[in-house]
Design a protein around this ligand. Sequence first.
Ligand code: HCB
Length: 211
Amino acid sequence: TKEELIQELSDTVISCKKDAVLAAVEKAKQVMEPSEIIEKGLSAGMNQVGVLFERGKLFLPHVMMAADAMTAGVKVLEADLPAGAETKKLGVVVNGTVEGDVHDIGKSIVSTMLQSAGFEVHDIGRDVPIKNFVEKAKNVNANMIGLSALMTTTLPGQREVIELLKEEGLRDKIKVMVGGAPATQAWANKIGADCYAENASEAVAKAKEML
Ligand code: HCB
């Protein structure tokens, strides 16, 4: 059943066996959409890895292997997502993970999903200096900047990008979306972001609403 497939996707990420993840993805592809496989299956497994890591039940090498396995699964699915270039451009987005933060799995999924939904996406990577977000947005004439932060210590970087946009007189022209585990709607309100997205589907829906 679909529930069993979702469970299998999640379990194989937790056990960090890349081959098993790929096999589970192949099976799931027959009955599920790529976005559903990523969000309900693979991401759920990765979140569970996070919980086990927090409780001291798993160690960092395991987390790294699980992340590798998950990334391999997402790569396979990317090929199946509709090519964004064929659709009408909905807007131009600069997306990246803020300075000091190397977590990029979720950010990359958001980039892929936005692209396949019809946005022109400039993914500028991880551990990105604050000023680079604003510079890139100027260069490509972006309508939106997406900011990922996975740690409480790097979360303030999202506010810094917004402050820099204000300083440069660009805040009215460029929307800002924030996301990542420690980000919340309350945080988005506090720093004056235009929106908070809990996952990649929500990121697509909210970007469509805003742009
Ligand atoms: Co990492 N790590 N980690 N880690 N890591 C976290 C984030 C902790 C919460 C785990 C913990 O201790 N509880 C923690 C941060 C604690 C804090 O807040 N202070 C932590 C730590 C401490 C660290 C290191 C410092 C560990 C160390 O070295 N001692 C180190 C960081 C180094 C650095 O950045 N300077 C580190 C390293 C790693 C890796 C390399 C092993 C690996 C990352 C691999 C990679 O990204 N290439 C890793 C991982 C995998 C995690 C956890 C387990 C999972 C993150 C993940 O990929 N989730 C994470 C635990 C957790 O998040 N609770 C843990 C799956 C994705 C799909 O979800 O939330 O990233 P997501 O993205 C979603 C969603 O948030 C939203 O959509 C995405 C798709 O649905 N979204 C956006 C995300 N960005 C968006 C942007 C938008 O505009 C819109 C929506």
